[in-house]
Write a new protein. Structure first.
Length: 190
């Protein structure tokens, strides 16, 4: 398998589950961008707030919303997908669920098909977003993504502790890239 981080770099696109401008999860995504290890580029996907709720009737060549086309293009161009999300009412936010819905189509060949996918985030609950992360991983799996289940960066308190460790973000991204790159090619195709 080609080592993407050395040949052309690894491009990670972030699906941000929070629309709030100063959310902890946006800060995590921005920190991941800033702390990315050599050979890894992190970009936050744009336009999630502009996506209409998924509707098969408008998911046609003639009617596909521009925001849906742009999101699909951003994810298709990436090597990895990372959801950075809080937890709303015990599950993932609607904006993230809707993005995954759009990325899952057309079924079997959507933009998430075969893409390595991880989930991280922070939330003010005692469980640290556990249910949100589980739901996002399950939905992405059904959408065809190659979900990395054992990669965890989750914080249950909204104090600054997640930002205190200067290496936590680089280590996390390095682990996401390394875990996927060293899987046998047959595992990625399954």
């Amino acid at each position: 398998m080609t080592d993407l981080s050395e040949s052309r770099g690894t491009h990670v696109v972030v699906l941000l589950g929070s629309l709030r401008a100063d959310s902890y999860n946006r800060r995590i995504a921005q920190r991941l961008q800033a702390e990315a290890p050599d050979g890894v580029t992190v970009r936050i996907a744009t336009g999630l707030a502009d996506l209409p709720f998924y509707n098969e009737e408008i998911d046609t060549d003639a009617d596909l919303p521009a925001a849906a086309r742009a999101l699909r293009d951003q994810v298709a161009a990436a090597d990895r997908v990372l959801a950075v999300t809080p937890e709303y009412n015990g599950t993932m936010p609607a904006v993230l669920n809707n993005a995954i819905d759009w990325l899952s189509r057309p079924y079997g060949v959507g933009a998430l098909q075969g893409k390595p996918f991880g989930v991280v985030g922070a939330t003010p609950t005692q469980f640290g977003g556990k249910w949100s992360h589980e739901d996002a991983r399950r939905s992405a799996t059904i959408a065809g993504a190659d979900v990395v289940p054992d990669l965890v960066l989750s914080h249950s308190t909204l104090d600054a502790d997640v930002f205190e460790d200067p290496d936590v973000f680089a280590r996390f991204l390095g682990a996401l890239v390394a875990l996927v790159e060293h899987r046998p090619a047959a595992d990625l195709a399954a």
